[in-house]
Write a protein that binds this ligand. Structure first.
Ligand code: SAH
Length: 249
């Protein structure tokens, strides 16, 4: 059963595929006075359910990560039209053709970073800022690079407003963020067709790089690489579908 759920999650994947049906009953309206208001209580309940059924059941067991997924308000990171789907088992559009990853994939990638409080982490692909918020909640020093200026700006403001300490930079994450390197771990949330060498160089010896790699428009493989001197030890984490890693023209 667990294996089946993991496979299902991996095929539903992280960023690129938007599917599934809405099962919640929250009704939202565009008028200034909502007919039915979404209480923080109902979001807390949905979040708890998400952690249990989508994440714990599929094998993520690190208690700090489960607590972080339970604490970070995912609904703050989605577009208003998707509020009622914020805790569902699939990615959601965040504008500019990009998506916030499926909750399980966020938890899985976080676990595979194998980090501890105080570690320094680089994220490539800030997007909505949700993954960065989960990392910050875990007490990590978080740096995040986003190539789409509008997304970088909105995520930066949102993270500040919600009180998450994350340094956001606009730019092509292919080159990492050298100034604060080396990192204990690097997470890439868009899929390049090869591992960017600057990211490997910015990893500490023994550091982890969690990254989907594969062709554009097809399934990719999620990898956990561990730097060992000039070599990388690779662990295949399964098939995923992320949005493409784009390059600055
Ligand atoms: N971690 C994000 C997921 C966003 S989807 C979240 O939690 O919401 C992936 C993001 O990677 C997109 O916002 C996309 O614009 C960004 N991206 C793609 N190529 C990039 C690159 N070369 N450098 C930095 N960001 C990139």
């Amino acid at each position: 059963m667990r294996m089946f759920l993991v496979m299902l999650a991996v095929v539903l994947a992280a960023c690129g595929h938007v599917g599934g049906t809405s099962t919640t009953t929250i009704v939202l309206t565009a008028s200034p006075l909502p007919r039915i208001s979404v209480t923080s209580d109902s979001f807390a309940r949905l979040r708890k359910e998400m952690v249990m059924t989508q994440i714990e059941l599929r094998g993520v067991s690190d208690l700090d990560i489960l607590a972080a997924m339970n604490a970070v308000s995912r609904h703050e990171f989605v577009l208003p039209e998707y509020l009622d789907q914020a805790y569902e088992d699939h990615p959601l559009p965040i504008g500019y053709g990009q998506t916030i990853s499926q909750p399980y994939i966020v938890a899985l990638m976080t676990e595979k970073l194998q980090v501890k409080r105080g570690d320094k982490v680089l994220e490539i692909g800030t997007g909505s800022g949700y993954q960065a918020a989960v990392l910050a909640y875990l007490g990590l020093e978080v740096y995040s690079v986003e190539i789409i200026p509008e997304l970088a700006h909105v995520a930066d403001e949102r993270l500040k407003r919600l009180g998450y300490k994350v340094a956001v930079k606009e730019g092509d994450g292919y080159f990492g963020w050298e100034e604060y390197s080396p990192y204990d771990a690097i997470i890439v949330t868009a899929a390049p067709d090869h591992v960017p060498q600057p990211l490997v160089k910015q990893l500490k010896d023994g550091g982890r790089l969690v990254i989907p790699v594969g062709p554009r428009g097809a399934y990719q493989t999620l990898w956990q690489f561990t730097r060992q001197g000039d070599d990388l030890k690779a662990v295949n984490l399964g098939g995923v579908a992320f949005v493409p890693f784009v390059r600055e023209k």
